[in-house]
Ligand binder design. Sequence first.
Ligand code: AMP
Length: 282
Amino acid sequence: MEIARTAVELDAALAPWREGRIGLVPTMGALHPGHLSLLGLARQSGATRLVASIFVNPSQFGPHEDLARYPRTPEQDASALAAAGCDLLFLPTADSVYPPGFASWIEPLGPALGLEGTERPGHFRGVATVVARLFALVRPQLAVLGRKDAQQLAVVRRLVEDLGLPVEIVAAPIFREPDGLAMSSRNRYLSPAERSAAAAIPRALELARAAIEGGEREAATIRGLLVEALSREPLVERVDYAEVVDAESFAPLDRLAGEIVIPVAVRIGATRLLDNLQLELS
Ligand code: AMP
């Protein structure tokens, strides 16, 4: 596996591969099997060369968030990527992503409003801008993003559509631990007791799924059921939200219909965890 840190190194590594289809998996590192599954999906989706990027993007963190302590494990990440068949690891310097004088920010609206957009002001501005920069640097034919971050996926799809970016976005299913907890780099912040309490999140989502399979279509009922199930776990400090939204617009729904996402954000101790359920209803 090659490693590039600047735009010049990246161009040199990618030049011989441009005839084929370049698949990009953008990440912030501290990789887990969920991240690696995105590489497999890029291959299955027709990528002939796999590029992973690791960049802990400062602009998507708020002033009181975990930027400084975000886990960084570059050596383990590089060996895991090489073992998973990655051809190139792009580990950009901050200057490569935001060159001196950088002054153009993307302000996403639509699906970026509400939920994470409200809880983390400026977050999606940072995400949209870094994704656009990574696409401009790598120029991939396809990029794989996880459904774990369903709102981010909707924001990036909208961005690609609105700006006419020549990249296909492929969505990867949520990769989970055996007890159902969605894999996340932030799970390593959890104490053992918090880690077992966190399984309440996928259990609550499964209760919602069962209610919907039983015919429930009122969003308020689903929200109530989720908040109740999550609040029953004593280590859940707060439910930031439990919503029912349209998968594309991320607009809240009153009644469940079409392609929907049921996203939840929960605080367990000092750790904020996201999960969601995605369903297509007739
Ligand atoms: P991150 O490093 O957290 O920015 O994540 C990088 C990419 O991996 C994003 O597209 C995430 O949605 C995706 N991802 C993270 N965790 C998972 C998971 N458990 N299952 C599927 N995709 C994931």
